[in-house]
Design a protein around this ligand. Sequence first.
Ligand code: ZN
Ligand code: ZN
Length: 289
Amino acid sequence: MIVTTPNVHLLKKIDYPTLGLFTLITASTAIALPTFAYFYDYAWIDWAMFVGLYIFTGLGITVGYHRLIAHRSFNCPDWVKRIFLIAGGMALQNSALKWAAAHIRHHARCDQEEDPYNATKGFWYSHCGWLFIKDPYHDEKYASRLKHDPVVLWQHKYYVPIVLTGLAIPFLVGYFHNGWTGGASCFLLAGLGRTFFVLNSTFCINSVCHLWGDQPHGSQNSSRDSWWVSFLTFGEGYHNYHHMYQSDYRNGPRWYNFDPSKWLIWSLSKVGLAYDLRRQSPPHELRTR
Ligand SMILES: [Zn+2]
Ligand SMILES: [Zn+2]
């Protein structure tokens, strides 16, 4: 006789491969990184690779996945788009196709049941809990526009090799610097640790920036501005502005806002590698604040 209880239904909803992968990353970052530091310590090259790959993969998400693919806030040549999508893929946040489809739904259904990282369900759900539950509201319509982009489809096809390349590069750099110990050392800090920290800084946009902070541009949804999240995420913490003007290539529109993603897009436009930069907010919105 089969007895079904509510707990059995909950167990069926869990996405075990994703839960297993993220548990492994979190546990090994918490245990292996400090253990290695205690016995061997990290070399300067490990820290340099950590910072370099944090910036490269972080901007891949903010400029590539978010502002270019999900919001089309600017345009660029295909080879530049390819570099951004390789960088974003190395951050282990799924392919740009899946990431952007979920993000478009987040904006369309913010704070509602279909919002993939619905912050009304609390901090941990919007931070990472949503990843571990099979999505019952998956809707192909949010991906339909993205499927017409050959570069997006190319990145979706090669997503796994791109992730593995992002882990192999720090190992190889460390190996050529100091053999097997150097390889392990650089892999732990700039591969595993960097992945963990970029994941969590991105997660903060969905959790922190929908729970704590100011709402200077409107309170139609739970989005908030957080300068310290901007510091960790290359400008994405100005999330209240972003939700009000989602096609704007800037998230921090004022000159003094810390928004390196905006500065990168603007700089690329000055050398012809980005064009059609979109600005949305009316001028009085910025003058009066
Ligand atoms: Zn949001
Ligand atoms: Zn967005």
